[in-house]
Structure formats: C-alpha cells, structure tokens
Design a protein. Structure first.
Length: 387
C-alpha cells in the first residue's frame, strides 16, 4: 500500500509505492487504454508527460502528490486510504498554521449557552444563510486552484466553524434530537440548552440578530393577533399571565365541545404570542451572552491594534481564535515582532521605544559619514566616533 511521505522537512510530499501499488497502477492504465481505445503515449500526453517518463512514473518508487492527483483523476482510481489523507492534511494544516497538530479550536473560543430549539430552528439557519450570502458576494473565482482571500472570507470562515460544530458535535450525535427538542419546546418542558463556541466579533452578527428576530416574528404570527392584543396592557403580555389566560380560555373552549370559533381564535392568538415571547426570550438571553463574548474579543483586538500601531510591530499570525487573541493581548511583546522603522518617518518620531529611537538616529548619523547597512551593525561605532 502506498505510504505518504514528506521530504525536505515537509516541503515536498510524495506517495511511496510498493509492488502492489505499481501492479495496481499498471492494471488501471491497461484498463483505461483498452476501454478508451487510446495508446499509452496519448494517455501520457493527457497527463502532461512523455511516454518514457510515464512508464518511469508508474513503475518508480515514488510519485509527487501533485502528479499522483492528476494521474488518479485521469484513471479514475485512488491508491491512498482516506485515513492516510486525513492524517496528512492534519499535519499539513498544523505545519502551515504554526499550531500544534492536536490544536483544539473549540477550546480556544468563548463558550456561550443557547436554548436548543432556538439554536436549531432560528440561529443556525440564520448563520448559515448569512455565511452563504457573503461567500456569494465575491462571485465565482476564475481559478479554483488560487486560494485568495476576499474581504468577507476570514469572518465567514469563523462563522462557518460554529455551524460545523453544531452539525457535527450536536445534531449528528443523535439523529432524533431535532424532533425531541421541538416537541419539548411546545410541550413546555424545561428548555434543553447547548453550549456553542463564539469564534468572532464580526459585525455580521448584527445581520444574524436581525434575521433571527424577523424569522421569530413571522413564524409565530396569527392572522388577527395584533388586533386581539391591542387592548392588552404591557403588564398583561408576560409569558406567565398569557399562559394563565390560555389555560382559562382553553378550558372553556374544550368544555364547550370546541364549537366556539371566536374562542378558538383567541386560543390560537394566545398560543402564538406565548411561543413568540418564549422564543424572543431565548433570543435576548443568547444575545446578552454574545455581546459579552464579542466585547471581550473586541477589547483584545483593540489593545493589540493600538500597541502594534504605536510600536510599529506585527502580530506573528494573521488568524487568531478569541482566547488566542486574549493571550496575545496579555503578552504583546512576545506575541509580536518589530516592523521596519525608517529614519525620519512618523513612526521613528512617535515610537516610545528609546532603544529603537537611539538606533535609528545612530544609523542616520553614521550614514551621513559613509556607513551603509550592508557593512553591518558591528561597524556602526566606527562611524559614530569623532574623527
């Protein structure tokens, strides 16, 4: 079986072939040329190599992954196990991101509690819809092999991580959970709650909040609800008082053999309004926690931004999860590196680091006497001394 192997400290990945792999590829080539009625030379040309090189490729000891990918696509085969690919991608992700291989992004986010039915029915669909909308704004990319970043992608990626967590860690665990959660809500059971990771303080949350509010309103609206409640005092619109009134009206309706259509309409209005208020309570409870979480993220981001702007420094990464941001904000010097400060620039004048200011001034003075950066810092003192 082929073994994925990295060379040159991980910079070049190859699939190391054994006899079984070589036999498998030879058989696949023979099947392809026979069924498509083409020669090996034509097949090699399709892959972008010559006939001799092609034979050396499938009979060799290893194949570069990019070449293997193309070969497998043309032959419609795969010599790698899914577990191998998954393991390789984890290592590659860790190598490229600079994080440990066992890095857990969920534990580096801010946990927020959310009512289960509200999450499944309203919040999750709103987040997914907003992410899809923003992703579509950039349009189709002309080259699917170019992994460029558009203005919205970092934030939609982080929102997508929340959706991924909900679907894989909550919904996929129990296939009956959606039905159980919905029936529990309408049966007035103690609400089930989940904890989800907040990944970003993005302003996209404002659009999500608005979309959820509108969805709750319209899904719990009865035809004559507004006219029914027009004479209600605000204090009468609490969930507890409406539930008491609902029980009273429902009892009279049932005792009357459920023939009173006006009373049935009242019961419908009350039930719809109660469901709406319960859902809005879940919505407001979640958003209070969300606001606290995003405030923490924004505070860390602001502290980092101000420090880097003033000191002309750069964070060592482009992407951070919330708790990574807070860790960086608590160790700004260690988590950033010094940017280039040029003599006479605004940064050189306003920087508060006396050592940097002194070095820049010395370099400028030495340069006026013929010193050049290519000579090295060690030669600086020579040009600073009076002749």
């Amino acid at each position: 079986m082929a073994v994925l192997h990295t060379q040159a400290n991980g910079n070049a990945a190859v699939a190391v072939l054994d006899d079984a792999d070589r036999s498998f590829l030879e058989a696949a080539v023979q099947a392809y040329t026979s069924s498509n009625k083409v020669s090996v030379a034509k097949l090699a040309k399709t892959i972008g190599v010559g006939r001799t090189y092609f034979y050396n490729l499938i009979k060799g000891n290893s194949i570069e992954l990019s070449r293997l990918e193309h070969l497998q696509k043309v032959l419609n085969v795969s010599i790698l196990e899914d577990s191998q690919i998954s393991s390789y991608l984890r290592k590659e992700e860790a190598r490229l991101s600079g994080r440990l291989e066992d890095f857990d992004w969920v534990s580096n986010c801010i946990p927020v509690e959310v009512e289960a039915f509200y999450l499944i029915k309203y919040l999750l669909p709103a987040i997914e819809a907003e992410s899809e909308f923003l992703s579509a704004l950039d349009g189709l990319r002309p080259n699917s092999n170019v992994f460029e970043i558009n203005a919205y992608e970092p934030q939609t990626f982080l929102l997508g991580k929340i959706c991924q967590f909900v679907r894989t860690s909550i919904l996929n665990v129990d296939p009956n959970i959606e039905g159980d959660v919905e029936s529990g809500f309408y049966e007035n059971d103690e609400p089930l709650k989940f904890t989800i990771p907040i990944t970003t303080s993005s302003g996209i949350w404002m659009d999500v909040k608005k979309a959820v509010s509108e969805a709750i309103f319209y899904s719990h609206e009865s035809s004559n609800q507004e006219s029914y409640f027009i004479d209600f005092d605000e204090t009468d619109l609490t969930i507890e008082k409406m539930q008491y009134l609902l029980i009273e009206k429902s009892t009279v309706y049932i005792d009357g053999d459920m023939k009173d259509k006006a009373l049935a309409s009242e019961v419908e209005c009350l039930q719809s309004r109660i469901d709406r208020e319960r859902m809005m309570k879940s919505h407001n409870d979640f958003n209070r926690q969300l606001d606290l979480a995003t405030s923490r993220i924004e505070e860390a981001e602001k502290k980092i931004s101000e420090y880097c702007s003033k000191k002309v420094r750069h964070p060592r990464r482009h992407s951070y999860y919330p708790l990574e941001l807070e860790e960086l904000a608590s160790n700004l010097d260690g988590g950033t590196f010094q940017g280039v400060i040029r003599a006479g620039s605004r940064e050189a004048i306003t920087s508060l680091d006396p050592e940097i200011l002194k070095l820049i001034k010395n370099e400028a003075f030495a340069a006026s006497r013929g010193w050049k950066p290519s000579m090295g810092i060690d030669t600086l003192d020579k040009y600073l001394k009076d002749p």
